[in-house]
Design a protein around this ligand. Sequence first.
Ligand code: PLP
Length: 375
Amino acid sequence: MTATEDLPMIPAARPIIGDEERAAVDRVMRSGMVAQGPEVAAFESEFAQVLVGGRECVAVNSGTSGLHLGLLAAGIGAGDEVIVPSFTFAATANAVALTGATPVFADISPDTFNLDPGSVRAAITERTAAVMPVHLYGHPADMDGLGAVASEHGLALFEDAAQAHGASYHGSPVGSFGVFAMFSLYPTKNMTSGEGGMVACADEDIARGVRLLRNQGMERQYANEVIGLNNRMTDIHAAIGRVQLTKVWGWTETRRANAAWLDEALGDVVVVPPVREGCTHVYHQYTIRIEGASAAERDRVVTALREEHKVGCGVYYPTPNHELVSLARFAPAHELPETARAAAEVISLPVHPSLSQGDLERVAAAVHAVVGAGA
Ligand SMILES: *Cc1c(COP(=O)(O)O)cnc(C)c1O
């Protein structure tokens, strides 16, 4: 085998931005109108058709803004509690806290890494207004289980679908369950607009609310109806997103094929990501567990994969949200054992559509060499 120093690093993620995206940007630049305009409107209606079964969509400047405005439009604010996972990117709870509401952290199910309906039920108080699951890594959350808890207790359901473009749950796309759902368009997500977010809305009131809030509370210029922000998407970003939208299904098929190959190759040495019955997984991340590992043992595997084998990989996420300096004041009084275990055991391997067969073989060989050797 070649010395690993000679091998190129296999990146953990690789945004694909090609000639069509460049031409689309150029077209908008030449038009002389670059801020929110016709490209954004077209992107919204195309996204609605391609990914969320025609639900009304509103584009914003980031996924985080999408969560923030969706929550505000749904009436979430001071005095409310919103139940969220702690095992996610901090943007989920940040958006709740930024509205003045309190994020309440519940535990996850160990197979899908997603919010556990039983743990959600136990976290409900008289202040609970909503539950916001994350479809983590591209696997849908348990929408039947969470929907049942929400309707029993009269709670709203929101979706953080930042990582799950095109995933589906019993035949319905993620993003079609909640009062609103947010998709991130950050470069490492399954599709990108440079930066951006899309909010899929259950009804016209929510959609109108998000439209007002992203634009200083104005539908008509200088007739401000509510206190809003400037969270608009530009036509430049929307033009990139429109091109990506024509490719996301093809890329998703490649992600799934890569994941299926890795499942076969790695199932005997690590816990590969299970897919629940009735769910389609879009593998934003391909996340394995080093079962029983401490965080330090897992980190040694990550270092060996990166440094000895030049396999880019990531830990999403090493610190549960309720242990972050920024969010610790919202930590629950009890432990979240599955969250703690996942934070110590997970490693996400490259699964993106730019991998060659040779890359996949290198990833598998590296995991066998490092984990098989009992690192
Ligand atoms: C990426 C991400 C966000 C935030 O999206 P941005 O577009 O980066 O603002 C929120 N939640 C989750 C789970 C994410 O992965």
